[in-house]
Write a protein that binds this ligand. Structure first.
Ligand code: SME
Length: 160
């Protein structure tokens, strides 16, 4: 994908973050924009940490793509749990080679999960699956991290 196209999508998600009033609306609109415009982003969704839950639990929020069986994920499971518990972006080029992977669709070949931070703490994450192996190169990682940052800022300024 040409760098100019990634830049265009980056500008459009930034404009979206300015335009919508709440984090909930931003997550919905952002999932749709990324799913519609990035042809290799075949499932795009947010998981949010359930407030006060012990043990901590990731709960499926806004998403675009087929329904997933994984609507609640503990922090010790999956690529999702790994990203949220470490506070680090996780990129998996070939999901069949990662024992942590929880299957959402048989077609998924690669995945990226980027934590969302608000007030310095992980509050959720942006998860994207692709039907193509190694879809999430460094340029894509930058874009997805930018998206997660915009949601974190919105949560800080506007709440849910
Ligand atoms: N693959 C994720 C589970 C969520 S689905 O991809 C939507 C994981 O391994 O945590």
């Amino acid at each position: 994908m040409p760098a100019a196209r990634i830049e265009e999508v980056r500008n459009d998600v930034s404009a979206l973050a300015q335009a919508v009033p709440t984090a909930r609306e931003l997550m919905q609109a952002m999932a749709k924009l990324l799913h519609d415009r990035m042809l290799r982003y075949n499932w795009v969704g947010f998981y949010l940490l359930e407030p006060g839950a012990q043990p901590p639990m990731l709960v499926l929020g806004a998403f675009e793509g087929a329904m997933t069986p994984h609507t609640r994920i503990p922090l010790n499971q999956g690529i999702c749990g790994a990203a949220a518990s470490s506070g680090q972006t996780v990129v998996v080029d070939d999901v069949t080679k990662d024992p942590r992977y929880l299957a959402c669709s048989l077609e998924t070949k690669s995945e990226i999960v980027v934590p969302v931070f608000a007030h310095g703490k992980v509050v959720g994450e942006l998860d994207i699956d692709s039907h193509f192996p190694a879809a999430f190169t460094a340029e894509h990682q930058d874009l997805v991290q930018h998206c997660a940052m915009l949601v974190g800022k919105k949560l800080e300024t506007s709440g849910h």
